[in-house]
Design a protein around this ligand. Structure first.
Ligand code: T3D
Length: 258
């Protein structure tokens, strides 16, 4: 079993579980993660996700023992097994909190960055390790890095392949927050619980709008905001949010579509 899935009140925690290899990614793990996303999204009681790793690493990227003798011609097919996971994480209607418990290297770093809110233990680090083994950042790295940290830092991260501490990652805007190691899981779970009690439909639409903005012009984005706002407003949580505000009470969101 390459991952563990645990049901919590309102959300699921998915834990990468190949600690002897620092949770290095293989096709079996990518497919298990996709199946876990499918199952979570199909369950109306699941309204957020936490992704973390077991042991001292978050994920050391591609399991290199699996590609050591792989002909270059087979690489595209391999990457086509991973890319759906990055697309699915980014496009999931559920908010995904990543708790980076240790080193996140190569595809493991970009797997974390594809999540919505990334917390990292202060002892964790991020390394775009690809160039060390003559590869380029994949799993969305070349798309995400310049958008997250700008051209200069993206280039240095990718070309130098040096580790960046969790604190620096937070200072640069690569991630949301660095937290004390012993608080990482509780902080991530508290965020997930908070998101699980939020307006789930609006969260999914917020993600869609922000993702579209990366490749859109202002006029198109305004049109998209109009359309997505209308979908958000049609969900019962919008009316509940307004009623709760006017009644000066906390909102009780259900996450229901209609
Ligand atoms: O070909 C393609 O295009 C496919 C797609 C590729 C996408 C990628 O992700 S390419 C990048 C792959 N990842 C890496 O190159 C990182 C390799 N790992 C490291 O550089 C280091 O392990 C770390 C910096 C992540 C951590 O270093 P350290 O010193 O804390 O740990 P360690 O001793 O190196 O690793 C601990 C064990 O995990 C060790 O096994 P052992 O000796 O105890 O039996 C090590 O071999 C194993 N391990 C770590 N990373 C991988 C791995 N085993 C297989 N694949 C790994 N990626």
């Amino acid at each position: 079993m390459t991952i563990l899935v645990e049901q919590r009140a309102g959300y699921r925690r998915i834990t990468l579980s190949r600690p002897e290899r620092l949770n290095a990614l293989n096709v079996e793990m990518a497919e298990a993660l996709l199946a876990a996303l499918d199952a979570a999204e199909a369950d109306p009681a699941c309204r957020a996700l936490v992704l973390t790793g077991i042991g001292r690493g978050f994920c050391a990227g591609q399991d290199l023992t699996e590609i050591v003798d792989m002909p270059a011609a087979e690489i595209p097919a391999l990457i086509d097994r991973y890319n759906p996971l990055i697309r699915r994480l980014a496009a999931s209607p559920l908010p995904v909190v990543c708790a980076v418990n240790g080193v996140a290297a190569g595809a493991g770093a970009n797997l974390a960055l594809a999540c919505d809110i990334v917390l990292a233990a202060r002892s964790a680090s991020f390394v775009q390790a690809f160039a060390r083994i003559g590869l380029i950042p994949d799993c969305g790295g070349t798309w995400l890095l310049p958008r997250l940290v700008g051209r200069a830092r993206a280039r240095a991260l990718a070309l130098l392949a040096e580790p960046v501490s969790a604190e620096t990652a937070a200072d640069w805007g690569l991630i949301w927050q660095a937290v004390d190691d012993d608080r990482l899981l509780s902080a991530a779970e508290a965020l997930a619980a908070r998101l699980a009690a939020g307006p789930t439909v609006a969260y999914g639409l917020i993600k869609r709008a922000l993702d579209a903005a990366a490749t859109s012009d202002l006029a198109s984005q305004l049109d998209l905001e109009r359309d997505l706002q209308s979908a958000a407003a049609a969900a019962p949580d919008h009316a509940e949010g307004v009623r709760a505000f006017l009644a000066k009470r906390p909102a009780s969101f259900t996450g229901k579509r209609s």
